[in-house]
Design a protein around this ligand. Structure first.
Ligand code: NAP
Length: 305
């Protein structure tokens, strides 16, 4: 049996696409992936999503999105897509050996946290190295920790971590943050937060758990060790497009290319959210794009009949 629409991914864009597709009687099947809910599951307070004047926790918001998608009949498969074949219609989507077919596909696989790739980082992941303050901050009560990065994520993580840590040092490779002014002000004014400007992490130190990080000042070249028990990476994200290499057109950074709204290089396959957008990357813009993709898919399917 062929589905009308399969949605791959379940962040704000995928779930919004599901709400719209379900309400258009397209009976969407969502393959939500192992990181269901996407990056908002790793976020604390969302203060800029319209309609929540008092803010809302990221996971709670994704729970509400999902409830709304299911209310209109979205069916959810809680696994990762392992293979796709878009060479003929209906398009093929596999979860291990289980095969699904669909007349249209919406790709909303999002983006994932980036790592530094320095010695010690991978070995100590989960033992003091993390990319998720919400998940792991609790373990760093009364300790000194570092956050790497200069964007909004780094500010947000650092501020959140002050609830637990005795001191948070932000390590940034330049002399200026790229984060929004309000977040920078909050971070710089916080008594528990210090900044090491123009510094890069050369190594994460420790055998079984993090004991420190080796820093190099990029202006003076001076190398020194900072004793910390935790280091949180907040250096951006990469799009989850491995499945689509050599199948869909991607840009130099690996993001899905779309045209005429949300159409990818294969008619009938649409893209939405952070897997496409490396400029705005907000929950609200991802949700908006998910809505566009569902409407584009609906119109395209209508045109095929
Ligand atoms: P980002 O804006 O891309 O910032 C990444 C930061 O990491 C940059 O400061 C970058 O330095 C640094 N960096 C990247 N690679 C590095 C490396 N190899 N070594 C050292 N530093 C490295 O990513 P983001 O902070 O995750 O934010 C992504 C998007 O989400 C943004 O649009 C942001 O506004 C949004 N966001 C919003 C909120 C909020 O509004 N509450 C919260 C989180 C994220 P350079 O500055 O030198 O490039």
């Amino acid at each position: 049996m062929s589905e009308k629409v399969i949605i791959i991914g379940s962040g704000p864009s995928g779930l919004t696409a599901a709400i719209y597709a379900a309400r258009a009687d397209l009976e969407p099947l969502m393959i939500e992936g192992m990181e269901a809910g996407g990056q908002l599951m790793l976020t604390t307070d969302v203060e800029n999503y319209p309609g929540f004047p008092d803010g809302i926790m990221g996971p709670e918001m994704m729970g509400l999105f999902r409830k709304q998608a299911e209310r209109f009949g979205t069916r959810v498969v809680s696994q990762n897509v392992t293979r796709i074949d878009f060479s003929e219609r209906p398009f093929g989507v596999w979860v291990d050996s289980e095969e699904f077919r669909a007349d249209a596909v919406i790709v909303s696989t999002g983006a994932s946290a980036r790592w530094l790739g320095v010695p010690g980082e991978e070995k100590l992941r989960g033992h003091g190295v993390s990319a998720c303050a919400t998940c792991d901050g609790f373990f760093f009560r009364d300790t000194e920790i570092a956050v790497v990065g200069g964007g909004d994520s780094a500010m947000e993580e650092a501020l959140f971590l002050t609830k637990f840590a005795s001191k948070v040092t932000i390590i940034h490779r330049r002399d200026e943050f790229r984060a929004s002014r309000i977040m920078v002000t909050r971070a710089l004014e916080h008594p528990k937060i210090e900044v090491r400007w123009n510094s890069v992490v050369e190594e994460v130190l420790g055998e079984d758990a993090v004991t420190g990080i080796r820093l190099r000042d990029v202006t003076s070249g001076v190398v020194d060790d900072l004793a910390v028990e935790g280091v949180f990476m907040a250096i951006g994200h990469d799009p989850n497009t491995n499945l689509f290499q050599d199948v869909l057109d991607l840009d130099e950074a690996g993001y899905l290319k779309v045209h005429s709204g949300t159409m990818t290089s294969i008619p009938g396959v649409f893209g939405a959210g952070d897997v496409v957008d490396h400029t705005y990357r907000q929950a609200i813009t991802a949700a908006g794009m998910g809505c566009q993709a569902a409407i584009d898919a609906e119109r395209w399917l209508d045109g095929q009949e």
